[in-house]
Design a protein around this ligand. Structure first.
Ligand code: C2E
Ligand code: MG
Ligand code: MG
Ligand code: MG
Length: 289
């Protein structure tokens, strides 16, 4: 892998790498060291209720603060971590950090969303691993939403169903992430203990310009509501999209218009300022209400 820049994007992951290659081994040991050396960072992005623009949740998004390469985005190391199985440790690191944040904020105030990987859904012991972390921080499963992609479920639908049932029984809210981009089987939606659909940003980002995207978003909102699910749109990049989503009765929105992901230490202060109407200009914020 080659560093393109020290501060912004770097290409750490190359799909062409085979599992035994020297680069793979050195990146794997670097990732292990990243955990030991405390180089992973928890970033948070708010999820807002469209009806009243209240911050009801926030998604935990991991970054790697590399000593030479700067802040490495998740798509540059998560696919690699998935391939090597290291992603299981990564999920637990993120969940632990998220549980710590929730304990600090106070459970009951808002929900924290954590992304799961395919590996987590194949591990029948995964739910018990989360229990141990919840106990350590003294926070309830109901304080979390777990985001799962369609492809992670379809890898081994039966095993995934068993793991999801265990998670749901504990009180975790379950969300289908990037909905619409995967290998969609509407049959599993009916069977699985899912609570939320998250419409992929590729449909949302252009919905104010592209009629077909707007139709896909509208149909997905209706599908979710007809199945009794909450529906969230990611990729809300401007006020026009926000208003269209609200008019379609979409429940929640997440996107750069409200905020990009920010270091977890900044999130509480952001949420306070947001509720005081200080984040966007008065006119922009006023127009949301
Ligand atoms: P995701 O779970 O679908 O997360 C949403 C991604 O969309 C985030 O990218 C977020 O920054 C970006 N996004 C949000 N709003 C907007 C917007 O308005 N416009 C645009 N252009 N983008 C927006 P990020 O943080 O780079 O994460 C990318 C993906 O990496 C995530 O997609 C998720 O699949 C994965 N990921 C991130 N953190 C974790 C983690 O802790 N564990 C696992 N397994 N995967 C993670
Ligand atoms: Mg997600
Ligand atoms: Mg998503
Ligand atoms: Mg997405």
């Amino acid at each position: 892998y080659a560093a393109k820049s020290k501060t912004t994007t770097v290409q750490l992951y190359d799909a062409g790498l085979d599992a035994g290659s020297v680069q793979t081994l050195s990146l794997l040991s670097e990732l292990r060291r990243a955990v030991e050396r405390n180089e992973l960072r928890l970033f948070m992005q708010p999820k807002l209720r469209l009806a009243d623009s209240a911050v009801v949740a926030a998604e935990a998004l991991v970054r790697w603060q590399h000593p030479e390469r700067g802040l490495v985005p998740p798509l540059d190391f998560i696919p690699f971590a998935e391939q090597t199985g290291f992603v299981s440790q990564l999920t637990l690191w993120v969940f632990d950090a998220a549980a710590g944040l929730l304990a600090q904020i106070g459970a009951g105030t808002l929900r924290i969303a954590v992304n799961l990987s395919t590996r987590d859904l194949l591990d029948l012991e995964f739910p018990a691993r989360l229990d141990a972390i919840l106990d350590r921080h003294g926070v309830p499963a109901t304080g979390f939403c777990l985001e799962i992609t369609e492809s992670a479920i379809m890898d081994d639908p039966q095993r995934a169903q068993a793991v999801l049932q265990r998670l749901s029984d504990r009180g975790f809210k379950l969300s289908i992430d990037d909905f619409g981009t995967g290998y969609s089987s509407l049959a599993y939606l009916k069977r699985l203990p899912v609570d939320e659909l998250k419409i992929d940003k590729s449909f949302v980002m252009n919905m104010e310009k592209d009629e077909d995207d707007a139709k896909i978003v509208r149909s997905t909102v209706d599908l979710a509501h007809n199945l009794g699910l909450t529906v969230v749109a990611e990729g809300v990049e401007n006020a026009l999209i926000w208003r269209q989503l609200r008019a379609l009765n979409c429940d929640e929105g997440q996107g750069y218009f409200m905020s990009k992901p920010m270091p977890s230490a900044d999130f509480l202060h952001w949420a306070q300022r947001w509720h005081q109407g200080e984040v966007l200009t008065h006119t922009a914020h006023g127009s949301l209400l």
